[in-house]
Design a protein around this ligand. Sequence first.
Ligand code: GRF
Length: 190
Amino acid sequence: MTKVRAAVFASGTGSNFDAIMKEQSALECDIVLLVCDKPGAAVIQKAEKYDVSTFVCDAKSYASKEDYENEVVKQLEAWQVDWVFLAGYMRIIGPTLLKPFEGKIINIHPSLLPAFPGKDAIGDAFRAGVDRTGVTVHYIDDGIDTGPIIAQASVPVLPDDTKETLKERIQVVEHELYSRVIKQLMDSNK
Ligand code: GRF
């Protein structure tokens, strides 16, 4: 049976990309492409280490978001990508990309959604003084961090936590949860 082909989208460090790649043989899918909108981002070197092809481009060099997303869709089609895993991709997915991949784009977010959506979820939770936050894997819809939730894991905020120590513990949970969810989705889509 042919394996599902997936692309990871990331804009930064790529620790989640790295965690997915380490588990790839167990995931029942091939990560065939990294899409990165930040030339120079550390995740690009990680992809090279794993011999994963990259499509790196500066979204701002396109005349419009639609043009940029049309190019991304073209790349996904050329690589025959079935699923998209967002892992620290700092752009909102617009209709041009969402429509052809609806129900096949998932994201990992560092809070217990619907609490703390947006770009600085860990900082927002930390400043709010909650004693528990966590991680959510969800489908992408046309809102910001609003799509149907697939799985969540909670992380306590400890009395002596700083934002940085909290982030470290959240990322450990992210790396385990994302691979687990991807495997479950691939198994149920067989
Ligand atoms: C993660 O915390 C993820 O939840 C969020 O962006 C961060 C990416 O981190 N969407 P990394 O680049 O995978 O280390």
